[in-house]
Write a protein that binds this ligand. Structure first.
Ligand code: AMP
Length: 554
């Protein structure tokens, strides 16, 4: 485990992506298969691979108790060190120093301990195993074991760099590694196959979810068109539901979510209808709550998520549909390398029926046309527009240019900051998370509508940190309530009803765009405005209508 830790330290200590990749590749090359599988997975900051349904189910408080038990440190001391680092791994390393009995511990032993912690039933047995594991680690190794358990390494290593390191370690083209990763949904498995030279045979296996193709964001239509090479682009509505992959073979149907978890049990009506499809296939699409031809609010759909059993009443209240937009496998044949144009044709030829729908589809060859379509899709209540290159194969990853999304903030709101929180990682030691409020005029009070990691510059954050430290009303440690006199402009994707905030609303995906030094608390937006925006764009049943049979491809 010390080898893993020193490699990770090396990666943290350089900002050069090339150097990070080189260090990791050198380390991975020297590992044997079983260690390689674990190390690669852990380098992506998770204890189990993405498509492994297991989670440790271990809260921060167990970690706290284990470390307190080993060190005998009082909560105040633990809190003080935590605030210094704002990172559980760095914290554990410092407080555990001199309090463990380090034994040489292999990756396999740590892997076994993770499996035992996961399998242990209840908080006490989990804590016992965790304490045992930490107690035999060198603090330098414990640091990374804790970071992996907390699902965040914070060493500036995105998944893409781990893929590059695997490619470099085993002298393969990056595209090959990405492809195997997409098909297996498991970077550890991908590394093992790369090492064994078994990458050629990788193909779709039904009931092993593959990684989803994602879209890059563009700010406006002109840029979208340019990035697509200036040719005709396909557009589809961007539905605000949850991504879903449907696998079917014979009587067996399974659904998987964007994070490759199985969600079959949550959507029985889709599964039932899936059995009737008459083909072995893999469909990519979006699940939406949908009744009487209308899309229901995301808030309604949320009631269906994560269920193991869905009661009849809920099935009636919140029925769902699967809006299909891609077909990746049909009767024994993987379709990933076929152009979208062909995949869409095959999808249409399935003549899907309710609860399957086809994504509404159009095409454009000028920015003006795209703008018009965007406006129409907004009118129908959708959050934005997807643009796809009809000649493109299905490839995973954010940076692709074949799928783009155009989402524009509807409006921005001027809000006042009411609370601030200490940041993590690079933002350690500064107050970087802001909770903000609008004015509830009726009751003459401020009501929170969201919280966001600030998008301000480092210099602004530093200045604001000093300011907030001086203008703290209540210090809760991590969080400080501050004098409500800092106005920020906040952009967001949509507004949801929320029981968490007194306002009754929460902004979805809020971003702090800038400080409004020119404004004071009396200039901020009101709850009435939030309500109005909600009613107009996100309230009630939206006006989205879905076409069941799409227009033929161009
Ligand atoms: P975002 O979550 O903003 O990165 O946008 C990408 C997500 O939009 C995908 O993962 C899908 O869940 C969703 N989406 C909605 N409609 C479509 C569509 N027609 N094609 C592809 N993705 C879509």
């Amino acid at each position: 485990m010390l080898g893993f830790a020193s490699t990770a330290d090396g990666i943290a200590n350089t900002s050069s992506k090339l150097e990070k990749t080189r260090l990791l590749a050198t380390y991975l090359r020297g590992l044997e298969a079983s260690d390689l599988r674990l190390a690669t997975t852990w380098m992506t900051g998770r204890p189990f691979s993405l498509n492994d349904p297991r989670t440790l189910q271990l809260g921060g408080s167990s970690m706290w108790k284990a470390v307190a038990g080993l060190t005998g440190a009082d909560p105040e001391e633990l809190g003080r060190v935590y605030l210094k680092h704002s990172d559980p791994g760095d914290w554990a390393e410092e407080v555990l120093a001199g309090h463990t009995r380090p034994e040489p511990t292999s990756l396999q032993e740590v892997g076994t301990a993770f499996a035992e912690i996961e399998a242990a039933n209840g908080a006490a047995p989990k804590l016992e195993r965790l304490t045992d594991l930490l107690g035999r680690l060198d603090p330098a190794a414990a640091k990374y074991v804790v970071k992996v358990m907390a699902n965040d390494l914070r060493i500036g290593l995105q998944e893409g760099l781990v893929e590059e390191a695997v490619a470099q370690a085993f002298e393969l083209p990056l595209a090959t590694v990405k492809r195997v990763h997409m098909l297996t949904g498991d970077l550890g498995e991908t590394a093992v196959r790369a090492q064994a030279g078994e990458t050629a045979a990788a193909s779709i296996e039904l009931f092993r979810p593959i990684r989803f193709m994602l879209a890059g964001a563009v700010p406006d239509a002109a840029e979208a068109l340019e990035r697509m090479g200036g040719k005709t682009v396909w557009t589809e509505e961007k539905y605000d539901g949850v991504r879903c992959q449907l696998h079917r073979s014979g009587d067996r149907v399974a659904l998987y979510s964007r994070d490759l978890r199985e969600t079959t049990a949550a959507f029985p009506e889709v599964v039932e209808a899936g059995r009737e499809l008459g083909h072995d296939l893999l469909i990519d699409g979006e699940i939406l709550a949908h009744r009487n031809g209308k899309v229901l609010r995301f808030f309604e759909l949320q009631r269906r998520l994560g269920r193991k059993v869905v009661a009849r009443k809920l099935l009636d209240e919140v029925p769902v549909v699967l809006v299909a937009f891609d077909l990746l496998y049909l009767d024994g044949e993987p379709l990933l390398d076929r152009p979208l144009r062909e995949r869409r044709r095959l999808l249409e030829e399935l003549h899907l029926e309710h609860p399957f729908l086809l994504a509404r589809f159009d095409n454009a060859s000028s920015a003006k046309e795209l703008d018009r379509i965007f406006g129409e899709t907004r009118e129908r209540g959708n959050e934005g527009l997807m643009m796809k290159n009809p000649e493109s194969p299905y490839t995973p990853g954010r940076r692709g240019l074949s799928w783009l999304k155009l989402k524009r903030p509807l409006a921005t709101l001027d809000c006042v900051v009411t609370a601030v929180e200490w940041g993590h990682g690079k933002r350690r030691g500064v107050l970087s998370d802001y909770t903000f409020a609008v004015r509830d005029e009726e009751n003459d009070r401020l009501v929170n509508v969201g919280k966001a990691y600030t998008g301000l510059t480092d210099a602004e954050i530093a200045t604001m940190t000093e300011y907030f430290l001086e203008h703290t009303l209540v210090d809760h440690g991590r969080v400080r309530l501050v004098e409500p006199d800092t106005v920020v402009e906040v952009a967001f994707d949509s507004i949801q009803r929320s029981a968490r905030h007194k306002s009754g609303f929460a902004l979805r995906f809020p971003r702090i765009v800038r400080l409004r030094d020119d404004k004071t608390q009396k200039d901020i937006d009101t709850l009435a405005t939030v309500e109005e925006l909600y009613e107009r764009f996100f309230g009630g049943e939206s006006q989205t209508e879905l076409v069941e049979v799409a227009e033929p491809g161009t």
